[in-house]
Design a protein around this ligand. Structure first.
Ligand code: SF4
Length: 322
């Protein structure tokens, strides 16, 4: 526990805050708080050779990077991430040019790193998304060869995301790479807790978390948004919001404003965003289905119930299945 104590002091984190943070993960991992803290302390102590990480960015907006960088506060998350050696990250690294590229190539040669991919990979041809003159597709294939596991962060790297609906026909990592453990962490952007929790799971248990059919960790993506939505009663009663400016309708169900909550699986209503402050539906915006493989094409138009997803939801409602 010595090193962990030093880290807590260095980052100015109280023991109480740290234990509270651990407790939230322990429940998810099916461990007691004590056992989780013990394993975490062990992972911190033995992290002399920090597990190396390569983070690649393809067709993306860097939103997942912003989400990840937000973990520097609260600093408890930073303690966990400090146990990793982020060797290559185009947006965050201080070095550039040949020096940065040589670190990338050396790490790939050594092997044994975690590969994080942000952004989708063009599938239509190799004119799109050239990084240093090389097609992104070629770089992902090269970097995945010696990786121990791959984390596809955000909707784009998981399933193609918005670039899938464009001329480059973006695809997710799993559409390109085979023979490697791939964990998809969709939503747009990735939720910082999903990223840190998955890394923590691997560090403390030495194995991958249980995944669903779309390679998403079940601990975060097993319940629908609809099942945990506070507007659900209005959905059942047929009270659908028509006018955002009418105070009487402010808590009504957003289905007719395009909500895809009934067919979207993620823990946003429970975990919420921005350190538990809020999430889309409680701000009055419909769920856009960004955790699902059908995002964006199947979910658009976003603000009306005319999408393919909305038609499916309506059919399920008519048959009494939701
Ligand atoms: Fe909530 Fe959307 Fe379901 Fe309505 S359709 S209850 S707003 S998740």
């Amino acid at each position: 526990m010595e090193r962990l104590e030093r880290d807590l002091e260095f980052y100015g984190v109280s023991r109480r805050d740290f234990l509270k943070y651990c407790a939230s993960f322990a429940v998810l991992f099916g461990l007691s708080e004590l056992e989780f803290t013990r394993r975490l302390a062990h992972a911190v102590e033995k992290a002399e050779r920090k597990p190396p990480v390569i983070w690649l960015e393809g067709q993306d907006c860097a939103g997942c990077t912003v989400s990840f960088a937000g973990l520097l506060y609260p600093p408890v998350g930073a303690i966990i991430l400090d146990k990793l050696s982020l060797r290559y990250h185009e947006t965050l690294m201080a070095s550039a040019g040949e020096l940065a590229e040589s670190v990338y190539h050396e790490t790939v040669k050594e092997g044994g790193y975690v590969l994080v991919v942000e952004g989708s990979i063009p599938s239509s041809d190799d004119r799109f998304c050239l990084v240093g003159g090389r097609p992104f597709r070629e770089i992902v294939l090269e970097a995945s060869k010696n990786a121990t596991c791959i984390l596809a962060v955000g909707a784009c790297a998981s399933f193609g995301g918005i670039p899938k609906a464009t001329v480059s026909k973006g695809m997710g990592v799993k559409d390109l790479v085979s023979g490697k453990p791939i964990i998809n962490l969709p939503t747009c952007p990735v939720h910082p807790d999903h990223l840190v929790g998955t890394i923590l799971y691997i560090l403390t248990t030495g194995k991958l978390p249980e995944l669903d059919d779309f390679n998403r960790p079940k601990m975060y993506y097993s319940q629908s948004i609809h099942d945990n939505c506070r507007r659900r009663g209005h959905f059942e009663a047929g009270n659908f919001l028509q006018d955002w400016n009418d105070p009487a309708q402010k808590d009504y169900c957003l289905f007719e404003k395009g909500c895809k909550g009934p067919m979207t699986y993620a823990d946003c209503p429970i975990r919420r965003w921005n350190s538990g402050t809020n999430f889309c539906i409680d701000c009055g915006a419909p769920c856009v289905g960004c955790a699902e493989p059908g995002f964006y094409d199947e979910m658009s138009p976003i603000y009306t119930a005319e999408s393919e997803a909305s038609r499916k939801i309506l059919a399920l409602k008519k048959s009494g299945l939701i």
